[in-house]
Write a protein that binds this ligand. Structure first.
Ligand code: PLP
Length: 470
């Protein structure tokens, strides 16, 4: 069968007969926006092409990895070269150490690193390690944060689950779910209360370094720092989940942004420069003249995914050597994987990280600013109340008057008029722009979004804003 002459609708019907819901990950089914998912057959730079031969400017970027744009020639060449030398060895390869060293050089809290294949595996293994290290069972997570689909992490987990309004998942034993305590995000008092009650049983707090799976909700200034202090005061570890933010929002991920801002605060007490990460308000933007808080923090474990694989299945957990060395074969915490450190996948990651220089991050920031501000202006022009939420170059929108000054937690995000997104989304899609198919997802730009791609997006906005207004 050739896909070039087949419609998306035909392909979806056929997929639904063979695959549950026709998809291998629920958000791809377009349930929250309705309509027919596009079956993609190729991608290059800022564009994706569907089976009907239609090209879209892409603001999904493979859900994050494609910071350089799709199919960057140097990444593809490196991957082809690696593939020609063998797809999988099940033995150590030099390139795995190269990737570990690269990450350790950039993210200081990561002294040792282990590679796995998905973000879910990374967080799952980090939690087992935290439990093994502390000898404790309880885990604290924040409502609306997503850390993958392992048992015990699906409680109030944002994005796909927010979309389907499910509280968790069938099939998770109650006894496992009972080990997870869910706390509102950005609420230190609630966290203190949980520690006051269960402190000596809590192994770890897991947190998205900046939340981006309920839409974007950045941590309030100093929140990450305060939560590390609180956890440590009770002998618990902090797992900072940078699967989404890592190497996307800066060369050192979210940790790098907050550490740099923290260092600035300690050195000068000056507000951060415009354009770099700064926020004194819940929407992730700095308040000119606002009090500058020391935000630097040191998590015990950090998880990565997405960008570290450059679009191939690579993820990682890393952290303090003393903790990481509890992993097998050195320690008693078992963790393994047939495809862990796969040479072709790791080559994609190493090549992507090496190519992501300062100019790439500057372009990501610039494109993010241009597009987010243009969307905001178009919505304002049509009288659609909204807020833009930022975490570095990640952004998303909240619709409705009641949320127009931003949201700082899951309850705040859920209060929006989410129904406005589906018509907006479809107007953009009809005009050749592919957005995340849920209002509870971040928008992802790439450094390959050139002026032509950006102007196509801007051209589609007035009609989409009108659709959101009606
Ligand atoms: N953690 C975060 C913060 C994520 O955004 C995701 C995926 O979106 C995961 C973990 C799970 O990663 P994966 O989908 O690779 O299992």
């Amino acid at each position: 069968m050739t896909t070039a002459t087949t419609t998306n609708a035909d392909l979806f019907a056929r997929a639904q007969a063979a695959i549950p819901g026709g998809v291998n990950s629920p958000v791809r089914a377009f349930r929250s926006v309705g309509g027919t998912p596009r079956f993609l057959v190729s991608a290059r730079g800022p564009y994706v092409t569907d089976a009907e031969g239609r090209e879209y400017v892409d603001l999904v970027a493979g859900w994050g990895p494609a910071i350089l744009g799709h199919a960057h020639p140097e990444v593809i060449a490196a991957v082809q070269d690696a593939a020609a030398r063998g797809l999988s060895f099940g033995a150590s390869t030099p390139v795995e150490t190269e990737l570990a060293e690269l990450i350790e050089q950039r993210v200081a809290p990561v002294e040792k690193l282990r590679l796995v294949s998905t973000g879910t595996e990374a967080t799952m293994s980090a939690i087992r390690l935290a439990r093994g290290f502390t000898g404790r069972d309880l885990l604290v997570k924040f409502a609306g944060h997503y850390h993958g689909h392992s048992d015990g992490l699906l409680a109030e987990a944002g994005s796909g689950l927010a979309t389907f309004a499910l509280p968790g998942s069938a099939g998770v034993p109650a006894a496992v779910a009972a080990l997870t305590l869910v706390v509102p995000y950005n609420d230190l008092d609630a966290l203190r209360a949980v520690f006051a009650e269960h402190g000596d049983r809590i192994a770890a707090v897991i947190t998205e370094a900046a939340a981006a799976n309920m839409g974007v909700v950045p941590p309030l200034p100093g929140f990450n720092r305060a939560l590390v202090e609180l956890a440590h005061a009770h002998g618990a570890l902090v797992i900072s989940d940078e699967v989404l933010t890592g190497f996307r929002v800066s060369k050192a991920g979210w940790w790098g942004l907050e550490s740099a801002a923290g260092a600035d605060a300690r050195a000068t007490s000056a507000p951060s420069a415009p354009g770099e990460w700064a926020h004194s308000t819940p929407n992730g933007r700095s308040d000119a003249g606002g009090e500058h808080v020391d935000t630097a923090y040191t998590p015990d474990l950090v998880t990565f995914g997405k960008v570290v694989g450059g679009g191939m299945p690579v993820a990682a957990l890393g952290g303090r050597a003393e903790i990481m060395e509890r992993l097998a074969p050195l320690g008693p915490v078992y963790q393994a994987g047939t495809l862990s450190g796969n040479p072709v996948a790791v080559t994609a990651g190493v090549t992507t990280l090496r190519l992501a220089d300062d100019a790439v991050y500057a372009r990501l920031d610039e494109v993010s600013e241009t597009i987010s501000q243009a969307v905001s202006s178009a919505l304002s022009a049509e009288g659609v109340p909204h807020a833009v939420q930022y975490a570095g170059n990640l952004f998303s929108f909240l619709f409705g008057e009641s949320v127009s000054s931003g949201a700082r937690d899951y309850a705040g995000v859920l209060a929006q008029e989410s129904w406005r997104y589906a018509p907006f989304f479809h107007a953009m899609l009809d005009a050749g722009v592919s957005l995340p198919p849920s209002v509870f997802e971040a928008w992802f730009v790439t450094a390959a979004h050139d002026d032509e791609a950006v102007s196509r997006i801007l051209g589609a906005l007035p009609a989409a804003a009108r659709a959101a207004a009606s």
